[in-house]
Design a protein around this ligand. Structure first.
Ligand SMILES: Cc1cn([C@H]2C[C@H](O)[C@@H](COP(=O)(O)OP(=O)(O)OP(=O)(O)O)O2)c(=O)[nH]c1=O
Length: 200
C-alpha cells in the first residue's frame, strides 16, 4: 500500500556533520539511527561504484517502517583511482595527506533515501585542489587530530581549509551531505524545511 502522508524522517547516520548540515536547511530528523556495515572496498571496485554501494547498503541496513523515510550517505576521497576512506591511524592519515598534497582529488558523496519500498540514490562529485604540503604543515595538521573519522583524513570545514585554494562542485557534499540534491530528494517525498532558518 502506498504511503501518502508526509513520512517521518530518520537520519541513518552517526555523523554529527550530516545532522548539522540538515539543520542548516531547516530539516530536523524525527529520529537518528546508525548503520554498522562493512566498509571494505571490493577488489577492482571503482570509487564511484564503492560510494554508491556504501550509501545503499547503509539504507538497506535500516529498513524504514511504512510511515518513515531513512536518509543515509557515504563520502569517500578518490585520488588517482585509489579509494581513501577514513584513516585507521595517524600514519595512514599522513600517507593520505601526502597522496593529496599538491594535486587534485575527487570527493564523492552518495546519498540514499529508503522509502515506500524503494531506495533512491544520487552521487555528487566535487574536485578539490590541495596545495603542496611541507613536512611541517603535515606535522601540525596531524597534531590537531582533525583527521579522525574523516574520509581522506582531512576536514575542509576545519583547519585544512588553509591548504585548499580551490574546489569545483559542492562544499556541503565534501563535508558529508550535498544539500541541494538532498533537499530535492526529500522534497520529492514531501519532506521540506520545518524550521525557519536564520543566517548567522
Ligand atoms: C572530505 C571530508 C570528509 N568529512 C567526513 C564526512 C563523513 O562524516 C566522513 C566520511 O565517512 P562516512 O563513512 O561517509 O560517514 P561516517 O562514518 O562519518 O557516518 P555514517 O556512516 O554513520 O553516516 O568524512 C568531513 O567532515 N570533511 C571533509 O572535508
Amino acid at each position: 500500500m502506498r504511503c501518502r502522508n508526509k513520512p517521518s524522517l530518520v537520519l541513518g547516520s552517526a555523523s554529527p556533520r550530516r545532522l548539522e548540515l540538515l539543520s542548516q536547511i531547516g530539516i530536523v530528523p524525527d529520529a537518528l539511527r546508525a548503520a554498522d556495515i562493512d566498509e571494505t572496498p571490493r577488489r577492482g571496485e571503482t570509487p564511484r561504484d564503492y560510494v554508491r554501494r556504501m550509501a545503499v547498503e547503509k539504507a538497506e541496513a535500516l529498513p524504514p517502517s511504512q510511515d518513515e523515510a531513512v536518509l543515509t550517505a557515504d563520502t569517500t576521497v578518490a585520488v588517482g583511482g585509489r579509494i581513501l576512506g577514513k584513516p585507521e591511524d595517524r600514519d595512514e592519515a599522513a600517507r593520505f595527506m601526502r597522496l593529496m598534497s599538491g594535486r587534485r582529488h575527487q570527493v564523492l558523496t552518495s546519498v540514499a533515501l529508503h522509502h515506500d519500498g524503494k531506495i533512491r540514490q544520487r552521487l555528487v562529485q566535487t574536485t578539490v585542489r590541495m596545495r603542496p604540503l611541507s613536512g611541517r604543515d603535515l606535522e601540525q595538521y596531524l597534531e590537531i587530530g582533525d583527521w579522525q573519522g574523516k574520509a581522506g583524513g582531512y576536514a575542509i570545514q576545519g583547519a585544512a581549509a588553509s591548504y585548499i585554494p580551490w574546489i569545483q562542485g559542492s562544499f556541503s557534499a565534501v563535508v558529508g551531505l550535498p544539500l541541494s540534491e538532498t533537499a530535492a530528494m526529500l522534497a520529492a517525498i514531501g519532506i521540506t524545511a520545518q524550521q525557519q532558518v536564520k543566517s548567522t
